[in-house]
Design a protein around this ligand. Structure first.
Ligand SMILES: C[C@@](CO)(OP(=O)(O)O)[C@H](O)COP(=O)(O)OP(=O)(O)OC[C@H]1O[C@@H](n2ccc(N)nc2=O)[C@H](O)[C@@H]1O
Ligand SMILES: Nc1ncnc2c1ncn2[C@@H]1O[C@H](COP(=O)(O)OP(=O)(O)O)[C@@H](O)[C@H]1O
Length: 287
C-alpha cells in the first residue's frame, strides 16, 4: 500500500548565535557570517496526498498569507518534478513571524521533505536544497538539517556540532521589516571576516548581531525584549533581523525565572523556554 498521509511533521525554528555583516554585493544584498542553530520551538505540518493535482492549505492557528511559503514550496516541487499528484497541507502555526526565527523557511523545507516522500520522488537532499534556495536564502539550511556556519547571503553552509544549550526566546508584538534593517544608515557593513576555526576556538567571542543596533533604533519593543531576556539569562541578543531575542539559560534558577517571565508576558508577546537541537528531527527523511 502506498503512503497517503504524513502527520505531525516538525518545522523547527532557528536562531542566529551571532550575525556579522561583512560587505555588500553589487546587487545590494549583504554578505553575512553567522551560525544558525536549530531550536525545539516548532510548527507542525500534516500532509495528505491528493490524486487531482490540487494544492490546498488549511491553517490551524493564525491565518497565513494566501500564497505562503508552504504553498509556494509545494508548487515549486510539483512543477520541477512533473508529478500529477497534489496535496492538502495543514499548518499548525506556533512560531511567530517577522521574528528572525525562520519559521516560514522551516515550514517550506518541511513541505519539500514531506512531499518528496508522499509523492515518491526520491530526490536526494542536495537536489531539494537547490530548489529550496529559490524560495529563500534560509530554506536550504532547514533542508540540510544540521546546525551550520553560514556565509554568503545565507546559502553557503558548513555543518558544525554545537554543545547542548537551553534558551529563552522572546518575541515582542512587532514584526521588523528585514529590508528596512539592512537599509539602515546605522548598520555597519564591514565587520572583520572571521573563520570557522576562530569561532570553534572561542565561540564566546561571537555573541554579537550587527543588525541589532538598527532594529533597536527601529523599535523600542526590541530594546524591551533584550532587557527582559537579560533578566533571566545571559548574553541576551537578537536573532536574524529580529524582532525575537534569546538568552542563554545556564542554571535551574535562570530556568525558573524564565518560566515566571513567560507566565507574565504582556498581551501580544510570545516566548519559549527550550533547547537547541543537535539536528533537524526529519534528518533521515529525504526519501
Ligand atoms: C538576515 C537573515 C538571517 O537569517 O534574517 P532573518 O530572515 O532570519 O530575520 C536572513 O538571511 C534574511 O533572509 P530573508 O528573510 O530571506 O530575506 P529576504 O526576504 O531575502 O530579504 C529582504 C530584503 O533584505 C535585504 N537583504 C536580505 C538579506 C541579505 N543577505 N542582504 C540584504 O540586503 C534585501 O534588501 C532584501 O530585499
Ligand atoms: N508559512 C509561513 N510562515 C510564516 N511566515 C510566512 C509563511 N509564508 C510566508 N511567510 C511570510 O514570510 C515572512 C518571513 O517570515 P519567516 O520565514 O517566519 O521569517 P523571519 O521571521 O525569520 O523573518 C513573513 O513576514 C510572512 O509574511
Amino acid at each position: 500500500m502506498s503512503l497517503r498521509a504524513l502527520f505531525d511533521l516538525p518545522a523547527p525554528a532557528k536562531i542566529n548565535l551571532f550575525l556579522h555583516v561583512t560587505g555588500r554585493r553589487a546587487d545590494g544584498y549583504h554578505l553575512l557570517q553567522s551560525v544558525f542553530a536549530l531550536v525545539d520551538w516548532c510548527d507542525t505540518l500534516h500532509l495528505e496526498c491528493r490524486d487531482d493535482g490540487r494544492l490546498q492549505r488549511h491553517d490551524l492557528g493564525p491565518a497565513l498569507p494566501p500564497d505562503d511559503l508552504c504553498l509556494r514550496a509545494a508548487r515549486a516541487l510539483r512543477q520541477a518534478s512533473g508529478t500529477r499528484l497534489g496535496a492538502d497541507l495543514t499548518i499548525e502555526k506556533r512560531l511567530p513571524w517577522g521574528a528572525g526565527l525562520g519559521g516560514g523557511s522551516s515550514d517550506a523545507a518541511t513541505v519539500l521533505l514531506g512531499l518528496n516522500r508522499l509523492w515518491g520522488l526520491h530526490w536526494p537532499r542536495e537536489r531539494l536544497a537547490a530548489l529550496a534556495l529559490g524560495l529563500g536564502a534560509d530554506v536550504p539550511f532547514f533542508i540540510g538539517g544540521r546546525n551550520a556556519w553560514v556565509e554568503g547571503i545565507g546559502e553557503q553552509l558548513q555543518a558544525i556540532a554545537l554543545p547542548p544549550q537551553r534558551w529563552l526566546l522572546l518575541k515582542p508584538p512587532i514584526a521588523v521589516p528585514t529590508a528596512a534593517i539592512f537599509a539602515s544608515p546605522l548598520l555597519g557593513r564591514n565587520t572583520k571576516v572571521a573563520t570557522l576555526l576562530d569561532f570553534l576556538a572561542d565561540p564566546t567571542g561571537f555573541r554579537h548581531n550587527d543588525l541589532q543596533g538598527p532594529a533597536m533604533a527601529y523599535s523600542s519593543e526590541v530594546q524591551e525584549a533584550v532587557a527582559l531576556a537579560a533578566q533571566c539569562g545571559t548574553h541576551s541578543r537578537m536573532t536574524g533581523s529580529g524582532s525575537a531575542v534569546f538568552a542563554e539559560i545556564g542554571s535551574e534558577a535562570q530556568a525558573a525565572r524564565a518560566r515566571q517571565i513567560l507566565k507574565e508576558l504582556p498581551d501580544g508577546w510570545s516566548g519559549w523556554l527550550g533547547r537547541g537541537l543537535d539536528h533537524h528531527p526529519l534528518l533521515d527523511f529525504a526519501s
